[in-house]
Every structure is written in structure tokens, then in C-alpha cells.
Design a protein around this ligand. Structure first.
Ligand code: PMP
Length: 393
């Protein structure tokens, strides 16, 4: 490009010039602000007790997990350098996939660079115009997006309503069907009726796809709800995982039959066109998966802390790592979370559209390795702040 053509472009990118979307972006921001729904990326201040993370078992800082990541860094470098089908497949990916199979009792595993990619990958690889997707009304955004991207016909089943799932499967005209659920739902902390769903899927010849993001490390002595219920290895059940919650690392995986893995390797776009999972993450997750399998007491400690949180705050105990405190408006939830942060306690604050029932809430997770004394002190602050906020609200 000659120099004469450039100045006009430069002028339009100067700091005070208006871009073509600025009016619209400003308007959207103001609307979010007015509704109390504006979000910002947040850090954890150094002095805060962290009751907001998904590191349910505290494994992200476990010395064995950190050492495994460090060793992978030395051996393989900082990145995988290519996609899995080019030259990006490293020994550590294979170790990770074996460990995930051992942990969950599934025959085959395929690692992805996130749980989000695993969910969109498996749904787009299996979905098409001849495959009905029946998705639970509380399914995570990544499952919703995967179903949409798949171009399959999608029907939403009422939350954990097996009869509704059966009805939608019975009415279908498509030759194939997938039923998409989570094993443990983090917002309500409820478990999916997996045995009944698996039976229904078997009856109507559908595949049950279970997202164990909040189940692994938590349910079934850490091995997930599918394993606990004896469904591991069933030809009617496949799983997805994130490696970024109880396993303390980063990444995701799909687990199921070898034929499913083979199909994903060849057709799942978030697998094929994505750089392979970073070796540090793969090594950390592999080590964490082994620790979870060998130390079932870790999930026991998590549940003890969850019971302590629920009893101290006087809220119903959720069968999950996350305990929820509902608040009447998004503004109150934000005010409570901000005041807690100012007083040294970080909690999650969830508002629409991230909550399926539209109820804003604080989310509190006490990791299995947190000292009880530290937790008790932080919960006392939570009680005080909730009292202040509800009086003011
Ligand atoms: N599924 C569920 C149920 C989740 O909660 C999440 C993370 N919020 C994901 C999938 C996505 O996992 P990742 O963060 O590894 O992309």
C-alpha cells in the first residue's frame, strides 16, 4: 500500500474518533448497567479467602501436580506447537487420556483444549439433520452452543424430567438421537436421574451424553456420578469432562467407546482445527486424575466442608461442591459480593443469563484442602454481610 492511502485509516483509529459500532456498544453497556447485569473480568486480591474458585479439591497448587506441569514444561516446552493431527500429539496427551479412562472407567478418551471445546466438539461431530438432540433445560452454555452449531433438530426437555425425555424420544422422526445432560448441576446442586435416563436411552436407542464437569472429583468418591451408578462403559452413555475444576488444570475431554473416539478424531472441528492442549496442562491434569483415583478421601473432605458451609449459613445442602445463597435481585447479589470482597472474602456472584431459573445468587465453594478455621472465619463475614445487605435491601 502506498503511504498516501494510509493517513485516512490512521485518523479513524485515533483514540477520540467514533467507530461504526460505538453508539450501539454504549447503548448496550448502559442497558446492562441499569439492569445490574454489567460484568467485568475479576482477579483474586492477594489478601482474600477464595470461596469462589472451581478448584474444588485444591489440586491446582498440589506440589505433585505443580511438579508434573514443571517437568512437562522442561521436556516439551511451553506449547504443543501444532494441532493433534499434524505433530501436536505428545506422549503426555496419551498419558492423560489413559489416566482419564482409569479414573472414569471408560474405554476411550480424547483430550480437547477446554471443556467448552469438548462439548461443542462432540455435539457437532455427532449431530446432523438426522439426529435429534434432546437437551436438559439446565444444560450448560457450551452444550447449548454445541447443539445449535450441530444443525440438529433440538428439543428442550424439562429439567431432569425423564418422562418428558421419553416422550420427546418416542415422538421423534429422526433415526438417531442424543440426550444431553449434566451429572451434577452446579446452580441447584442436584444430580441428574442418570439410571432412569440411561434406561430410557436404551429403550429408545439414543446416546446419553453426560457432562461430568461438576461430577468428576466430587461425586462417586471423585470418579464421577456415571461411575458411581455403574454406568461406566455402557454403550448408551458417553461423558464429557473439564480438566479445569476439580482436576485443577485446564482442558477438556470426551470419553466413551473407541468408535466414538475414532469418529471425533476425524470429524470434531474443535479437535482438528485447534492447537493441541498445552503439555503443562495435560501433565497437570493427568497427575491430578491419578491423585483423585488414589485418594478418595479428597472428595470426602470437600463434602464435609460443603456441609459446614450449608449448616453455618442456614441454607439447604446442595449435593455438589458449590453451595448457593439466593438473593432477591441481581443488584443485591452484586452488593453482597462487592462488600465481601472489600472485607477479604471472594465469593461467586451469578446473575441472569448464567442462571437457568433467573434467580441471582452467591456461589460458595470451600475447597477440600481449606483449613476449617479459615473457613469458619470467612463464613462469619458472609453471615454479617448477608445480614447487612438484606436489611438494606
Ligand atoms: N460444562 C460445564 C457444566 C461447566 O460448568 C463448564 C465450565 N464453566 C464447562 C462445561 C466448560 O469447561 P471449560 O471451562 O473447561 O471450558
Amino acid at each position: 500500500m502506498d503511504d498516501a492511502a494510509v493517513p485516512q485509516l490512521r485518523a479513524t483509529s485515533s483514540a477520540d474518533a467514533e467507530g461504526p459500532l460505538d453508539d450501539w456498544l454504549r447503548d448496550r453497556r448502559e442497558r446492562r448497567e441499569e439492569a445490574g447485569l454489567r460484568r467485568r473480568p475479576r482477579t483474586l486480591p492477594g489478601r482474600c479467602v477464595d470461596l469462589a474458585s472451581n478448584d474444588y479439591l485444591g489440586l491446582s497448587r498440589d506440589p505433585r501436580v505443580v511438579a508434573a506441569a514443571r517437568e512437562a514444561l522442561d521436556v516439551h516446552g511451553a506449547g504443543a506447537r501444532a494441532s493433534r493431527l499434524v505433530t501436536g500429539t505428545l506422549g503426555i496427551h496419551e498419558v492423560l487420556e489413559r489416566e482419564l479412562c482409569e479414573l472414569t472407567g471408560q474405554p476411550a478418551a480424547l483430550a480437547f483444549s477446554s471443556g467448552y471445546a469438548a462439548n461443542t466438539g462432540v455435539l457437532t461431530a455427532l449431530g446432523d439433520a438426522d439426529t435429534l438432540i434432546v437437551s436438559d433445560a439446565h444444560a450448560h452454555a457450551s452444550l447449548v452452543d454445541g447443539a445449535r452449531l450441530s444443525r440438529s433438530p433440538v428439543r428442550i426437555a424439562r429439567h431432569s424430567d425423564v418422562a418428558h425425555v421419553a416422550q420427546l424420544l418416542a415422538e421423534r422422526t429422526e433415526p438417531r438421537a442424543l440426550v444431553v445432560v449434566e451429572s451434577v448441576y452446579s446452580v441447584w446442586g442436584d444430580h441428574a436421574p442418570l439410571l432412569e435416563l440411561a434406561e430410557t436411552c436404551q429403550k429408545w436407542n439414543a446416546l446419553l451424553l453426560v457432562d461430568e464437569a461438576h461430577g468428576i472429583g466430587v461425586a462417586g468418591h471423585g470418579r464421577g456420578l456415571v461411575h458411581e451408578l455403574g454406568l461406566a462403559g455402557s454403550p448408551h452413555v458417553a461423558l464429557t469432562l473439564t480438566l479445569s475444576k476439580a482436576l485443577g488444570a485446564q482442558g477438556g475431554a470426551v470419553l466413551g467407546a473407541e468408535a466414538l473416539r475414532e469418529h471425533l478424531v476425524n470429524t470434531a472441528r474443535p479437535f482438528i482445527f485447534d492447537t493441541a492442549l498445552a503439555p503443562t496442562s495435560a501433565a497437570a491434569a493427568a497427575r491430578a486424575a491419578r491423585i483423585v483415583r488414589e485418594q478418595p478421601e479428597l472428595s470426602k473432605r470437600l463434602h464435609e466442608r460443603a456441609r459446614f458451609v450449608a449448616a453455618t449459613l442456614g441454607i439447604p445442602l446442595a449435593r455438589a461442591a458449590v453451595q448457593s445463597v439466593p438473593l432477591s435481585t441481581p443488584e443485591l447479589a452484586v452488593r453482597a459480593a462487592d462488600e465481601l470482597r472489600a472485607r477479604g472474602v471472594a465469593v461467586g456472584c451469578f446473575r441472569p443469563p448464567s442462571v437457568p431459573d433467573g434467580i441471582s445468587r452467591l456461589r460458595i465453594t470451600a475447597p477440600g484442602n481449606m483449613e476449617l478455621q479459615e473457613l469458619a472465619g470467612a463464613l462469619e463475614t458472609v453471615r454479617e454481610v448477608l445480614g447487612n445487605v438484606s436489611r438494606a435491601g
